[in-house]
Ligand binder design. Sequence first.
Ligand SMILES: [Zn+2]
Length: 388
Amino acid sequence: MSIPGSVFDDLVGQEHAIEILRNALSASSKDDASQEMTHAWLITGPPGSGRSSAALAFAQALICPKKGCGTCPDCNAVKTSGHADVEIIRTEGLSIKVEEVRELLSRVAWAPSMGGWRVVVMEDADRLTESAANALLKAIEEPGSRTVWLLCAPTLHDVLPTIRSRCRHLRLHTPSFEAVTKVLVMRDNIAPELADFAARVSQGHIGRAKYLATTESVQRNRKLVMQLPLQLGSLAAAFQAAQTLVDLVTTEVNESSDERDKKEIEKLLEAYGKGATGRGMATGGAKAVKELEKEQKSRATRMVRDSIDGALLDIATFYRDVMMVQAGNDGAIINTDIRDEIIKYASTHPHHTTIDKMSAIMAARVNLAHNAAPLLTCEALMCRLAKA
Ligand SMILES: [Zn+2]
């Protein structure tokens, strides 16, 4: 079905969605394009299914003279966020505010430079505040406009009804282990055995699978996290495990953001004429730095939450495996590196508690998503997991 050398090739296991996008594309190239094209799309799918990749591929296909060859200057410019007619909104903070949307709307009010489409990709439409979403409404329903909106969110329910009723819905699915393994081997040159392991433990999340397969520190941290369920012999141990988890994640986040934070501040100071006479700093520079630092802090907070969530998903695979073994299906273990430990755990813990433990993990994830304090949430969870 897929044409060789197309931007859609990278969308793993999404044949149905690709077909819909291709149909929309061929409709858009007919004479009366503005009548045929859907101007607002809402792309949903579980984390890792490739929502933003799908949106980006569609943006490339709309802009590219060859409908998304993936290699021409237009395709490359879209991919590196350097195309004049494509806006890619990635949110580092916890929400997209109304001021940001208003600013965006004034930027995209101009006709596209090449006479084709103007495309806006919003990767986290679920983070739009209510007033920001309302500011968007009019823009996404404007008939005859040359702008195409590609909004991404985990599920339909993560965006306001007013927004979703104005969008065409495109649903992505979690790709199979096999599809993820294949893409890691073929596209990223990862050894088949490692690719298979990464695809299984990442449960179809392509980005995580690739990150795990290619980053040693992540593999090391994952090993430590997967030991935690085995160390919950007492309440004291449970508190220790929570602390270990939060420390691991915080260190990882700090390491990855320190460098970037510094560079951003330097760039901002340069823009305000640092080192010249110091006068520039007097006119708003210090305030801008303070604002940037505030944003960086909120980004780090979000990254810690996201990483703890990832670690909790990893831990959930431990209990998933235990449940499989308790159901007599040893062959379904995905954490093959701690197979013996899982089998032993399954035989020494009562079956009925395994599901309780998995629900406790999911409840903790929900609490974290609602801004519960990370350490406190992890402590409460580990105490529940420590019960026989
Ligand atoms: Zn192209």
